[in-house]
Write a protein that binds this ligand. Structure first.
Ligand code: IPD
Length: 275
């Protein structure tokens, strides 16, 4: 029901804000360079773990019968049919460098038994909280999306050559070579490209009109869940290639007609293949 969805959105926001505070306030001043005792990467990993632990603790307290899937510690099933999909820090490289484009992403999903899968889940509530730039995106299925309480509604963008397109890259060399090849074909056909470094924020920025389109290959469920709902509730089509659901193989998001155009282009470029 609407009240149930509202409750899940409230829980998502409460958990995301609390973890956001921990991550933001706990970030050492010069984490990128102060590599005396441990490496900067270790500091980030430690904070990822601490943030996820806090999320799990708070969700267990507020929603003891729900499951949780997190980037760091995997899937713990529940009994209620609701599973929380959490990313304790989305945009870890930005976090490492003190760049503000990182966020805590918390979503509630329902679907078949087992670990949540973007091919079969329904995301019902989500919050993406970016503590360093002080923005909070919320969405409830059927209830719309907001940024800091203001309703988000996408507007029809310009034709593709005028579109600002967000994307991201995987971490492995072979995948990156394939992604660079796709980019080489796409870049001359659009206004410009942005690589923000947080998939969750890319989807939210799309909802807020700061991007016209977004696509990425290789997303994890935790990168995707909350941002997907924010984008959808703001009017975006979020889809995969060749009729697939959005997910690891490919996620494309944007104003429906424009997203469909980008899907066709990415299909022609075999953007879901490494070869
Ligand atoms: C990453 C970010 C990045 C995207 C990568 C993700 P992480 O998440 O969302 O924008 O391009 O695919 O893995 O590792 O910072 O949680």
């Amino acid at each position: 029901t609407t009240a149930d969805v509202e409750t899940l959105v409230e829980v998502a926001e409460r958990a995301a804000r609390e973890a956001g505070r921990l991550v933001h306030e706990g970030r050492p001043e010069r984490v990128a360079v102060a590599a005396t005792k441990t490496s900067p990467e270790d500091v980030v990993t430690a904070m990822d773990l601490a943030s996820e632990e806090l999320l799990r603790r708070r969700l267990a307290e507020l929603r003891p019968h729900d499951g949780v899937l997190g980037e760091e510690e995997g899937y713990v099933p529940g009994t209620s049919g609701v599973t929380w999909v959490v990313d304790p820090i989305d945009g870890t490289v930005n976090y490492l460098y003190g760049r503000p484009a990182y966020a805590v992403s918390v979503a509630a999903v329902v679907g078949p038994a087992g670990a949540p899968d973007p091919a079969t889940w329904t995301v019902v509530a989500g919050c993406v909280h970016a503590p360093a730039d002080g923005r909070t995106f919320r969405a409830g299925r059927g209830l719309g999306a907001t940024l800091d309480g203001r309703a988000l509604q996408m507007e029809e963008p310009r034709p593709l050559p005028g579109c600002l397109v967000g994307t991201g890259f995987g971490y492995r060399a072979e995948r990156r070579r394939a992604q660079a090849r796709v980019l080489a074909d796409l870049l001359p056909r659009v206004r410009d490209i942005r690589r923000t470094g947080s998939a969750a924020l890319d989807l939210c920025n799309l909802a807020a009109g700061q991007l016209d389109l977004y696509y990425e290959r290789g997303l994890g469920a935790w990168d995707l869940a909350a941002g997907l709902l924010v984008a959808q509730e703001a009017g975006a089509l979020v889809t995969g290639l060749r009729g697939a659901a959005p997910g690891t193989a490919m996620t494309v998001a944007g104003w429906p007609a424009r997203a469909a155009e980008l899907v066709r282009l990415l299909e022609d470029l075999d953007a879901d293949q490494d070869g």
